[in-house]
Structure formats: structure tokens, C-alpha cells
Write a protein that binds this ligand. Sequence first.
Ligand SMILES: [Zn+2]
Length: 194
Amino acid sequence: MNEETKSEMKMNLGIARGFAGGEDCVVSHADAGGPCGRPGNRMVWELAFCEVHGAEAEAAALAEITEDAEIELQALRGAENSRLDPERDHEKALLLAYPLIEGRADPTVTNFNYEAKYSGDRPVDGPVDWWAETRYLLCQFMREANGQGLPELVRELEALRERASAQLVQAEDDYERRYVAPYRAAREASTAGS
Ligand SMILES: [Zn+2]
């Protein structure tokens, strides 16, 4: 990838901090708990976000181009964050921005049969993979739509991205609770009995 393409990609992310345009945070999807209401003070994809949702959106936007293009992350993030592990940083930001909301898990999550699907020899994707992939794709579409100067479309995609982010948190929790924890308990019980 050449320098021109790289700087164009960065520009298309529309990232700015310390922004004070008097707009509220864009996050408003019901799965994310409804309208955030906090003042927007940072921008990603040229949309205004509050500090918490902005940190998550920025991490998601950077993760998308990093995975895609292996761009120098350090230059984009600035010196203050340069020592953080981007993957872990991203997950932390996600959990802060989209805390689990009881009763809002999508049926794709709650209806998934881990026992049946994960017992085969070949690995299959589950809800965590589906929602993570969806979120990743939405970030890609948002970068491209912003690059094409389509703010209305970016805003509509953002609502879908909020839903995907909230459902990813639901899927991670569900996987841990309905699959990992019982599996671990069963293994411990059998170890104790032998
Ligand atoms: Zn917010």
C-alpha cells in the first residue's frame, strides 16, 4: 500500500478530538440503552461521540484499517496510547461503551445451541464471530461512505454498528455463561471425583 492510499484512509476515518460543536453523542440505539445524551467532544467518521463512546468508535475504526492494511498504528493513535495493546484496548473500550443490558440479547445469541454446534470435529462460527464480523464490516462501510461524502449513510450505518457492538457484548457474555462456565464446572467435578 502506498503513502497516498494510507493518508486517504486515515482521512476517511474523520477522527478528531477535543471537538465541541454543541452536538450530543450520536449513540442512540435501543440495544445500546437508548440515547446517550452526553455532549459530543470527539469525532469518528465525522460523527460526534462522547468520551466513552468515542474511545470505542475510534478503537473500532482503527482496528478495521489495521487489520486490513497493517497501517502504523502508533502514528494514528498519538504518543499517549502508543504502549497499549490495540486488541485489549479495543475490548476494554467496547465493554465500557456498551455495558451488558439484561434482556436485550438477540435471538441469534440466545437461541444458539453451543453443545450441538461445537461438538463436531470441524470448528464452526458462533454468535461472537458473527457479531464481531458484522461490526468489522460496518466499520469498513462507514469509512468508505465517509470517504464518498455520504454523511446520511454514515449515520444510518452507525445505528447498525451500535447494535452490532451491543450484541457482540451480549454474545461474549452468553458464550461465557452458557458454554464456558458449565464446561469448566463439569471438568472440575470430574477431576474432583477421580
Ligand atoms: Zn455517548
